[in-house]
Design a protein around this ligand. Sequence first.
Ligand code: SAH
Ligand code: SF4
Length: 363
Amino acid sequence: MKNNVKILNTPNDKINLLNLNPQDLYFFLDSLGEKKFSVKQIMNWIYKHYCNDFNKMLNLSIKTRKKLNEKSYIFASEFLEEKISSDGTIKWITEINDQKIETVYIPEKKRSTLCISSQIGCALKCDFCATGKQGFNRNLKVSEIIAQIWQANKKLKQKNIKNCITNIVFMGMGEPLLNLNNVVSALKIILDEYGFALSKRRITVSTSGIVPALDKMKNMIDVSLAISLHASNDAIRNTIMPINKKYNIKSILNSALKYLKHSKANRGGITIEYVMLKGVNDSNKNANELSFLLHKIPSKINLIPLNPFLGSSFLSSDINRINIFADILRRKGFTTVIRKNRGEDINAACGQLTGNITNRFKN
Ligand code: SAH
Ligand code: SF4
């Protein structure tokens, strides 16, 4: 049980059970001499009843509860602040050792999506992204990723919003594939029937394309994949996403195709995200180039109007240009959606997340 040996490095160290995926929990209980079925019972308490007190887990024996209290605890970092947008979007801030991360709840007619963070900041410095401009602090632990869902569910319950989170997207702060092991463990908890029990088609990992990690991920977990492409050729992508100099468009799309072939969650195709930057990547030529790039990749295209933030040197393409761009792609046979910006008035939209509630402005 390598993981737990690492976590339990001194006899007095206690384990936060929110750091353990179902298999880790099984090994942990095994190390305490406990039975396999306790995994289901304990996960049920944690993820269905939001219980963080072993003494309340009455279907566990007193002996088991005592052992669990001695060796472990359950802790989900609480939300520090909440902001509600006029469109119903809610943004929550969690403070972790003086650093702030953001979680965004986006209700729609037929579904409600929770957008969660995987890192504090991001090292990849995409030019159009507020998180990237902020720099990188550290990876989130499994428990810190899971806590966002745990606390969001609790908050929504308090507000009497039932069965509220139908979809989860890793589109908050950070690059999930640069925190692969923790993200995969969190995904296992999200998918597990005794965890949050969401279907793999309703969980999306968005990545700027970290090829070795994506190649690895296909053997670790099956969820919906979104690729932040944002350019129709390497020359443009190099200028707006520095990571492209390491992993170019061709290598990313090859890797995405391999993931797709391995995956049941992506049967309808992967999502290609394309942020519309005025005069940079939004010409008819770019649309034709994009359709050529994707002609062998089953995919649906999400066009994202740029969300401005203070210090950004880009403007969003105007809506006419976006519509013309979308029409070209549709005529080539691609399902193309223009993403609605949600929560802009509280800076909760894509690329506006910096963990700071007050320092951002709208153009
Ligand atoms: N790091 C991952 C996931 C987080 S970003 C990734 O890049 O995919 C989530 C999405 O928001 C990505 O598609 C990202 O490119 C997009 N995004 C970033 N900044 C944006 C901005 N200012 N306006 C609109 N979308 C933005
Ligand atoms: Fe990081 Fe994604 Fe922002 Fe790029 S777009 S800086 S990868 S969070």
